[in-house]
Write a protein that binds this ligand. Structure first.
Ligand code: AMP
Ligand code: MG
Length: 349
């Protein structure tokens, strides 16, 4: 398939270019586009044949539902009556990285919701995404724009790497601001439950309803007794080609253990990358250091996480050793993605 690559500088000068992509969506094509969370791969959410193409292009399991992206806070045509809590959440967090799970109306085809009677829905905080949705005259189903299982792309080059030749068009904007997928909140239960942590943190959600909690299965390795409620959360995910190991403990002990492991792997002729922060960077003499940001600003760490995992692959790493983060604020989402990338291979010191 021939993939058109269209770079957008701003929505005023490049309106016609966005319209080109919108036409492809209207005609049942699939288009990768920027959002503030990660880049998405979109199709007309109401067109069964178009949505099918997303699953094929990504190699995505059919039982993993897609999130519907809208350009307006009025979603009455798509979902059954929204509760007061959902309305308050929409008012406070949209446009933004919060997906709400709500009862769907029959207009949403089963392929989009993977046969569930609910649908995940959100309004992205990215002007190219919003313009694309508006101009396509429909709503857009879009999972992350990566081959299934790979770390989500946070810039256009990574979309091209994964999807060139597999999709109709790749729309490029700037790097994603958040860098992690949206927070998913199930609003079909009372109180609502977080099914996937993301940029809208638990603390922020609790300002709207202090009873909100996180699905306990999310931060643990899934077992027969403990399965995450979001279908997609059970899959191995966000995985670079290299093996990822997380070292968890207080700072000094973590660094000591990391150094010992780096020596061991280098002695065994392995290429080791160290995912670290500015504060600790100087402590490591050996291994390839990849700095995610600072512990003072975990949003920066979140923004760089997926790109750094991909960078380790580019560097030819066999092993990636990652320092752990405190499970507070966006640290919960960071640890959720890291845990999954590592297949829960965590070394406690
Ligand atoms: P992605 O768009 O690749 O970030 O994946 C979408 C995520 O949303 C997956 O983990 C899905 O399982 C989850 N999701 C989408 N729709 C629903 C739904 N109706 N109920 C529960 N989880 C959902
Ligand atoms: Mg994804």
């Amino acid at each position: 398939m021939n993939t058109d690559i269209i770079k957008i500088n701003n929505i005023v000068d490049d309106k016609e270019k966005i319209n080109e992509a919108a036409k492809k969506i209207k005609n049942g094509g699939i288009v990768a586009f920027p959002t503030e969370t990660v880049y998405g791969l979109g199709a007309d959410a109401l067109n069964e044949e178009a949505v099918k193409k997303i699953f094929i292009a990504k190699g995505r399991p059919q039982d993993n539902p897609l999130i519907v992206h809208v350009a307006s806070k009025n979603i009455d045509g798509l979902v059954e009556d929204t509760s007061n809590i959902a309305k308050n959440l929409i008012d406070k967090f949209w446009p933004g990285p919060l997906t709400l799970i709500l009862k769907k109306k029959p207009i949403i085809p089963n392929i989009t919701s993977a046969n569930l009677d609910t649908i995940g829905i959100r309004m992205p905080d990215n002007e190219i995404a919003l313009k694309l949705i508006e101009m396509s005259g429909t709503v857009i189903a879009a999972p992350s724009a990566n081959i299934s299982g790979r770390p989500s792309p946070t810039d256009v080059e990574r979309c091209i790497e994964d999807l060139s030749g597999r999709v109709d068009c790749i729309l490029g904007g700037h790097k994603s601001d958040i860098g992690l997928e949206s927070t998913i909140l199930d609003c079909t239960v009372n109180p609502p439950l977080v099914l996937r942590p993301g940029g809208v943190t638990l603390e922020m959600l609790r300002e709207v309803d202090n009873r909100i909690d996180i699905d306990p299965a999310v931060m643990k390795k899934s077992t027969n007794d403990l399965k995450p409620k979001a279908p997609g959360m059970k899959y191995r995910h966000y995985a670079p080609k290299a093996k990822v190991k997380i070292i968890l403990g207080e700072r000094k002990k973590t660094i000591e253990k990391m150094k010992e492991m780096v020596d061991y792997y280098i002695d065994n002729n392995k290429k080791v990358c160290i995912l670290t922060v500015q504060e600790n960077e100087k402590e490591y003499e050996k291994g390839i250091k990849v700095v995610l940001g600072s512990r003072e600003n975990l949003f920066m760490v979140a923004q760089n996480l997926f790109e750094s995992l991909r960078k380790c692959d580019d560097l030819g790493a066999d092993i990636i050793l990652a320092e752990a983060y405190e499970q507070k604020g966006v640290g919960i989402a960071i640890m959720n993605r890291l845990n999954k990338a590592a297949g829960f291979d965590i070394i406690e010191v």
